[in-house]
Design a protein around this ligand. Sequence first.
Ligand SMILES: [Zn+2]
Length: 265
Amino acid sequence: MGNFSLAEILHNSKYLVCLTGREMIVEDGIDSMRDMKTAYEIELKYGYSPEEVFSAQFFSTRPEQFYKFYRDEVLAQVKEPGKAYYALAALEKMGILKCTITRQLFNLVKRAGCQNVYNLHGNIYDNNHCPRCGRIYSIDYMKKGKIPLCEKCGIPIHPGVILLGEMVEIGLTTRAADEVSKADTLLILGSDMRTEMVQQFIKYFQGERVVLINAGPHFADQEADYCLYGKIADILTAAVEELQGKPEYLRQEEVMEEAEKGPSA
Ligand SMILES: [Zn+2]
C-alpha cells in the first residue's frame, strides 16, 4: 500500500460513498449490543439475550419488557455525534461525499449535518409509528408510560427502528446499492471487509478504490486498496482540515455561506 495521503484520495474522488460500521459507535462510547460483556449483562438483567429482546416477536408478545429494554439500553445511550460525523458533513458540503450508508440507530450522520443518508435500520427519532393507523410519534412521546400507546388506536407504537426479524425496506436498500454502484471511491469507516453490511454492498462496487479506516487491522484488510488504523475521528478530521486548506474548497464554502445568507436577506 505504501505511503498515501487520505486527503489526496478524497480530493481525487469523483463520487465518494461512505459506509459507517460498528467501530464508529464504539469510538463514541455507545455500547454495542453485540459486545460480549454487554450482551451478558443484558441477559442477566432481562433473562433474554439482546437479540431476543430486540426482535419483532418480543415486541409483539412482551411490549412492556421490550420498552424497558428500548428505553434503558437504547434511548439512554443517545449521544451527540462525534467528530468523525462532522468530518463527513464537511466532506458532503465540499461536494466530495455523495452519500453515507449506515445501520446505526441514532441518526448521528444526519444530526451532524449530512443530507444524503441511508439509515438502513431506521432510527430512534423518525418513523415511531402506530402499526395500525400509521400515526407518527416523537421520541419524547416514546418515553411516556410503561408502553407508549397510539392515542387513537390504544396499541403499542412501533419504534422507528428495524427490529430483528423485520425486513429492511427494499427500496431503501436498492437505492443505497445504486449509490455504491456509482461510486469511484468507497470509504469504509469502523468496519472490516467481512462484516455483513460491507459484504452486502461491496458486490455492487465497480469503482477504483476502497479506503478502509478502522481501529486496528483485520485479516481481510488486503481486500481494501488503502487502510488506515487509529481513531477514525482524528484521521478523518485531519484529512478534512487538509482539504479545507485547498483554495477550491474554501471558495466552495464561501459560495455556500452566500447561498445560506441569500433567502433570509
Ligand atoms: Zn393508531
